[in-house]
Design a protein around this ligand. Sequence first.
Ligand code: SAM
Length: 190
Amino acid sequence: MRIVVLRIGHRYVRDYRVTMHVALVARAFGASKMLLASDDSSIVEGIKEVNERWGGSFEVECIGSEQSRWLDAINAWRKDGNIVVHLTMYGLHVDDVVQEVRSRCRDEGRDVMVVVGAEKVPKVVYEVSDYNIAIGNQPHSEVAALAIFLDRMFEGRELRVEFKGRMRIVPTARGKRVLDMSKSSTDGKG
Ligand code: SAM
């Protein structure tokens, strides 16, 4: 199952940190790509640096901020027979629909685009999405919503995926153990 995240509403500079966290969560929780409705290439560069250090092939593509650009991306995704999920506090409870989404991916070979907003999300997103899904019906954060949705979709398996990067963490009960594979030696610094 392939999952792509579409981040809309990103405000240049102001949203850098939150959008970077959306990308980091998407990467760490099993999505393969993020489409960013902006021209903010600093996010693209930031993720390249993370990949270079920690591995994986997660990618960020800037598609421009105009509504027509991200609507085209949504429509193209649906035209290919794939599923669009919009995460919103106004949607259906995740546990009431996630199994249906997962089954359609498994049985019908569909991929999923997950749309997350920043400020107020235009009404059209609610209309073009196949599913409007709530991670509880209280307002919180696109970062938290995305993490929980991906974890529900992958049923926790995403947290065991190995990225095989230059830097590898050796899980320890206390302290930090990180291997720098390019040096084939161990150091204790994080
Ligand atoms: N008030 C905005 C609106 O009307 O769409 C939402 C702003 S919220 C800070 C930013 C994003 O976080 C939303 O677009 C949505 O993707 C996500 N989000 C926040 N709370 C959520 C929830 N309970 N369930 C699912 N997604 C949520």
